[in-house]
Design a protein around this ligand. Structure first.
Ligand code: MN
Length: 168
């Protein structure tokens, strides 16, 4: 990883409801989306990605349990991480709500899209869609579900349940 490389991380988070936090390093922070059903390698599948608050780059290494009573209480593992490479101007894409980028992770690779949806009044909200673009890294969901086949942390090999039990 070169110094100029931008990081991405996906943290699996067993909060009140299980979700995957998809984070892209941009302008010195991790832009973040909560993906309730997690990323999918199948280009025909769109996954809702709700934009949430920015996180620090350091938080991308966090694995453990957030204590009860605190925001986001529950276990977190680093489900995937690596570098990301925007296609075109990432800041402009972020602002206009259309990001295309390549992921070089351990589980997620190839080209992906994040597209912001409009509400019924045509306004931009916090809801985006995360989709895999058609390329050699795509897999049909009926054949292979990366969430099921590769559930563990890329840092420790632990599952979110194991972290929850060990660190509770
Ligand atoms: Mn979360």
């Amino acid at each position: 990883m070169n110094k100029s490389d931008l990081r991405f991380v996906v943290q699996k988070h067993a909060a009140r409801t299980l979700h995957y936090d998809f984070r892209l390093e941009m302008e010195g922070v991790l832009k973040s989306w909560a993906v309730p059903k997690g990323p999918c390698l199948d280009p025909s599948v769109k996954r809702l990605a709700v934009e949430v608050e920015d996180h620090t780059v350091e938080f991308g290494d966090f694995e453990g349990v957030i204590a009860q009573g605190q925001y986001g209480a529950g276990a977190i593992i680093v489900w995937d991480r690596g570098t990301w490479h925007p296609k075109g101007d990432s800041l402009a894409g972020y602002r206009t709500g259309r990001l295309t980028f390549e992921l070089l992770g351990e589980k997620l690779r190839g080209v992906w899209n994040l597209a912001r949806m409009r509400d019924q009044a045509g306004r931009h909200g916090h809801q985006w869609l995360l989709t895999k673009e058609q390329d050699i890294e795509g897999r049909e969901l009926s054949e292979y579900d990366v969430l099921v086949h590769q559930p563990a942390s890329v840092i420790s090999g632990r599952t979110v349940a194991e972290v929850s039990e060990a660190d509770a």
